[in-house]
Ligand binder design. Structure first.
Ligand SMILES: Cc1cc2nc3c(=O)[nH]c(=O)nc-3n(C[C@H](O)[C@H](O)[C@H](O)COP(=O)(O)OP(=O)(O)OC[C@H]3O[C@@H](n4cnc5c(N)ncnc54)[C@H](O)[C@@H]3O)c2cc1C
Length: 394
């Protein structure tokens, strides 16, 4: 019996789910509020089982061709003097030659390309109401469309609309990690190539990241702050002012980077937060990817978890009705997701130390490679065995 499923969100978890569920005989619709699959070039990673998911989707070679091959990360002190230079894997726990680092937009393009002809994509729309009446879910869309689906999956990110509609306000599940960040495109005025340079003082970090040797690179400004500045979310000008206010009087390239942030046309500002939920499903609705278990960029694992979770959820749905499938998915995935989320504090200490004491400890760790968290991270990244693909009949 073919089941219909609506997926909200066409980034990483959404198209990956669409691919696997289409393959397992579901009729899939994906709704994405943006007018197309979103670009956005910041680098993300596929590690451990996520690389295997890409292989099983037939995307491994294409993903490898887009690998950005970051050579090194250079750490600078307040005045811009070099503290250390390390290979990224020494910090992240990645495995050189196996893991893939690619621009987020390249990954979403590949995933969308793998499923665009198998699923219906509704861009520029989103869910406004969901009524799960036991036999199906009646959905109304912002466009005015009304449809009924057997299942609905929220793959719509950290601030998931589906989660709010079904589970209630985000604040119940939102764990603010004490940082805010701004990401934007900047001219590559230092001539960087396949490398990141990161400047840190207690509570503030400025990073330049060149994924290639082109004239553009990524700029990131992050700062620690006790409370989440919710007032800034509705107002882009307030976001720029807020970020700039944390970086007044700083050295190195920071003033130039702040100026670039002020005029950037692709500024992305957000809190650094996780989503932690005791259950990921309710009735016929389930959450996936960041919507269910956002881990933050401090763990470097969000994209891998989105790919792995999509594979596992589709695997369970292929063989069981939704109550049993959702329960089996939870049993199989939860510990892995939680352990990966638990990597974020160590990442924060390395990338964004908050106090002078944390900064000194971080700098000491940089001088002693055994002090870096890579080994622990590596074990956590790969500590899950994917079940084999379901055999598709008929
Ligand atoms: C600056 C930065 C750096 C990062 N670095 C890394 C890294 O190094 N490694 C790593 O693995 N991960 C990294 N991540 C995390 C990674 O980007 C996410 O974990 C990953 O994108 C999660 O994928 P997702 O599909 O679950 O959600 P998202 O990528 O957040 O996608 C959600 C989708 O839902 C859509 N949407 C939202 N609301 C609605 C709605 N109402 N209706 C319809 N559609 C909607 C959005 O437009 C979007 O397309 C980083 C994230 C950021 C922001």
């Amino acid at each position: 019996m073919s089941r219909s499923v609506l997926i909200s969100g066409a980034s990483i978890a959404g198209p990956a789910l669409a691919y696997w569920l289409s393959r397992y005989g579901f009729t899939v619709t994906v709704v994405e509020k943006a007018s197309a699959v979103r670009g956005g070039g910041y680098p993300i990673d596929a590690r451990g089982p996520a690389v295997e998911v890409l292989r099983r989707m037939g995307l491994l070679e294409a993903a490898r061709e887009r690998h950005v091959a970051t050579r090194r990360i250079t750490f600078l002190d307040a005045g811009g003097a070099q503290l250390a230079q390390i290979e990224p894997e020494e910090l992240t726990g990645g495995v050189a030659g196996q893991d893939i680092e690619l621009r987020r937009g390249d990954l979403t393009d590949l995933l969308y390309g793998a499923v665009r002809d198998e699923a219906e994509f509704r861009f520029g729309d989103s869910i406004t109401t969901l009524d799960d009446h036991g036999d199906g879910v009646d959905v109304t869309f912002r466009s005015g469309l009304r449809r009924t689906f057997d299942l609905v999956i929220g793959a719509d990110g950290l601030h998931s609309n589906t989660r709010t509609l079904v589970f209630g306000p985000e604040k119940q599940f939102h764990h603010y990690l004490g940082y805010c960040f701004a990401g934007f495109t900047a001219p590559n005025y230092l001539g960087l190539s396949h490398e990141a340079v990161t400047w840190t003082v207690a509570g503030r970090t400025a990073t330049l990241y060149a994924t290639d040797d082109s004239e553009r690179m990524h700029g990131f400004l992050s700062f620690s702050r006790e409370d989440a500045p919710l007032h800034a979310f509705a107002d882009p000008a307030a976001q720029r002012d807020l970020v700039a206010s944390y970086f007044t009087g700083d050295g190195w390239e920071v003033p130039r980077l702040v100026e670039t942030m002020r005029s950037a046309d692709d500024l992305f500002f957000d809190v650094v937060s996780q989503i932690r939920m005791p259950v990921w499903s309710k009735g016929r609705v389930v959450l996936a990817g960041d919507a269910a278990h956002a881990t933050s960029f401090l763990s470097g694992q969000g994209s891998s978890l989105a790919l792995i979770g999509a594979y596992l959820l589709a695997y369970e749905l292929a063989d069981a009705e939704h109550p049993a499938a959702f329960a089996a998915y939870d049993r199989r995935a939860r510990e892995f997701m939680t352990r990966n989320q638990d990597l974020a504090p160590a990442g924060a200490l390395m990338l964004s130390p908050r106090t002078e004491e944390e900064l000194a400890a971080r700098n000491a760790a940089l001088r002693d490679p055994d002090g870096l968290p890579a080994e622990t991270s590596r074990e956590v990244h790969s500590n899950l065995t994917l079940p084999p693909e379901r055999v598709v009949t008929g």
